[in-house]
Design a protein around this ligand. Structure first.
Ligand code: FAS
Ligand code: PHB
Length: 388
């Protein structure tokens, strides 16, 4: 096989990159190791930066999002089970954010790929990335029992945190930054009406988050121990713990119900530099991981492929500079979001080594945030997404 851009991974990064490249007249082949149904079964992100909304709208991929997504002009933060502040993005930055699940985005991207007869191959295996330091890179894989060689001009590594593309960059060339957090998030979905606002709660019992997917589908999280398994958490234990971490005024509005999905995700920060090597370019979780506290993971995948698709289009139009500078360009926004996600995580979670002092200092941070328009503006502009 031959194409211009070989894309490894059909998550949000790989699928969106392929569609954005098509809009620049650049052809690609996307290879994905899971089945389409498996990818669509994942429950992950729920909040879109306004910059992400604008990228999807410009690409003509936002019809269902605009019909079914929920635009939010603010989020709330709670602490001590008593206090509450609201950060009004719209008033402070002129931009809102959009609550719309990653699962739905993935469905929308696959529907567009099918409608446009984009070349997505699912269920492939034995993927190898080869000769990326030459001008004739190629990707090898097995599809339906046949060994395939896909010759290309460039390879996009969009294969997430457990993919193969990152390992293609030699140790002598790359620098990896990593931080593991000493707790996880236990998340549930329930077919109940969500609260009107997202609420991030700091509490001495641990962090909690109230979010949503649609008017009859709620998404809630509580911080839990890394030693926990979902079997340790009955629905009753989950709801009791969630409500205990919220102010009464909010807890009494929560409509509880049976969970239809329950999972625990560990929290990690990770960045690889550079995000390119020869003709290989990394995008999304293949290059960086953020704790979900700042709602940045999916949004960084979108900003990476926005930059990468524009740079690849420039390359084919005869200007190699943007592609040569892709890693430097993408890493500016990556590190900004990695820092913000780390800052939100440190602000809102209970760390095992924390004493009463740290708990009190976190609460004082929130008291200051409640009182300072400048501090709120700083959080707001990062949450809704800095300009691309
Ligand atoms: P993805 O991991 O989504 O996609 C990579 C794709 O590559 C996968 O489909 C995989 O099957 C495929 N692949 C891997 N190896 C391959 C190979 N060798 N060959 C071919 N294909 C291969 N972000 C938020 O903003 N908020 C959240 O609440 C949130 N919750 C999350 C919960 C979990 C459990 C996880 C894992 C992530 C969560 N994230 C969240 C982050 C998540 O949304 C990612 O940022 C987003 O999926 C990134 O998209 P991709 O870079 O496309 O990576
Ligand atoms: C979600 O709805 O899944 C969600 C929302 C905000 C976050 C993380 C996850 O910061």
């Amino acid at each position: 096989m031959r194409t211009q851009v070989a894309i490894v991974g059909a998550g949000p990064a790989g699928a969106l990159l392929s569609l954005l490249l098509r809009r620049h007249g650049v052809e690609s082949v996307v290879i994905e190791r899971q089945t389409k149904e498996y990818v669509l079964g994942r429950i992950r992100a729920g909040v879109l930066e306004w910059t992400t909304v604008e990228v999807l709208r410009r690409a003509g991929l936002a019809t269902r999002m605009d019909a079914e997504g929920a635009v939010h002009d603010s989020v709330k933060m709670a602490w001590r089970g008593e206090d509450l502040l609201s950060i009004d993005f719209e008033r402070l930055t002129g931009k809102p954010m959009m609550a719309y699940g990653q699962t739905m985005i993935q469905e929308d991207l696959y529907a567009a790929a099918e409608a446009e007869s984009a070349n997505f191959l699912f269920g492939v295996s034995d993927v190898t990335i080869n000769d990326v330091t030459t001008d004739q890179p190629w990707v090898g894989f097995t599809a339906d029992g046949d060994e395939v060689r896909l010759d290309c001009d460039v390879v996009a590594g969009c294969d997430g945190q457990h993919g193969v593309s990152r390992g293609t960059i030699p140790a002598a060339v790359k620098t990896e930054y990593e931080k593991a957090y000493p707790f996880g998030w236990l998340g549930i979905l329930s077919e109940t009406p969500p609260l009107p606002h997202l609420i991030y709660a700091n509490h001495e019992r641990g962090f909690a988050l109230c979010s949503q997917r649609n008017p009859m589908l709620s998404r809630y999280y509580v911080q839990c121990s890394l030693d926990d398994s979902v079997d340790d958490w009955s629905d009753d234990r989950f709801w009791t713990e969630l409500l205990a971490r919220l102010p009464i005024s909010e807890a009494e509005q929560v409509v509880t119900g049976p969970s239809i999905e329950k999972s625990i995700a560990p929290l990690r920060s990770y960045v690889i530099e550079p995000m390119q090597y020869g003709r290989l370019f990394l995008a999304g979780d293949a290059a960086h991981i953020v704790p979900p506290t700042g709602a940045k993971g999916l949004n960084l995948a979108v900003s990476d492929v926005h930059y990468l698709s524009e740079a690849m289009a420039a390359h084919y139009a005869g200007d190699p500079a943007p592609l040569d500078a892709y890693s430097a360009t993408a890493l500016q926004r990556v590190w900004s979001s990695v820092r913000f996600s780390w800052w939100m995580t440190v602000l809102l979670h209970r760390f095992p080594e924390h004493t009463a002092f740290e708990q009190r200092a976190q609460e004082e941070d929130l008291v200051y945030l409640a009182a300072s328009r400048a501090a709120q503006t700083s959080v707001a502009e990062q949450y809704v997404g800095l300009d691309l």
